[in-house]
Design a binder for this molecule. Structure first.
Ligand SMILES: [Zn+2]
Length: 110
């Protein structure tokens, strides 16, 4: 296979994969820094780039049942977080299509 095309981002803060430094999002894509991930604080982004998505799965969270897909770095395949596919209660509908990344697994470039 040839070279994989990767998007490079510019912003005052760029969030990258902590392992291979592939760019994922900028601070302008952040909706919330108040999310809880498996490893502590997680950020909610309205958009991320350079990721692959796993299969849909149902996951019971503190805020209720959600259908999610794992989000993996497109280069090193590290699982970095998840995307909300469907929320089953109205308070959480705004999360659909949004992506949560674990802050511990990210590198920040300023
Ligand atoms: Zn990576």
């Amino acid at each position: 296979m040839g070279l994989m095309y990767r998007t490079f981002l510019e912003g005052s803060v760029v969030y990258a994969c902590g392992k291979c430094r592939t760019h994922l999002a900028t601070d302008e894509y952040v909706l919330s820094r108040q999310f809880q991930g498996k490893y502590g604080t997680a950020y909610l982004f309205h958009q991320v780039v350079n990721v692959m998505q796993g299969d849909e799965q149902d996951r019971a969270m503190t805020t209720g049942l959600h259908t999610i897909k794992d989000v993996l770095c497109s280069k090193c395949k590290t699982t970095l977080g998840w995307i909300y596919v469907k929320a089953y209660n109205d308070d959480n509908k705004y999360k659909e299509g949004k992506c949560v990344l674990e802050s511990k697994l990210l590198a920040e470039a300023h």
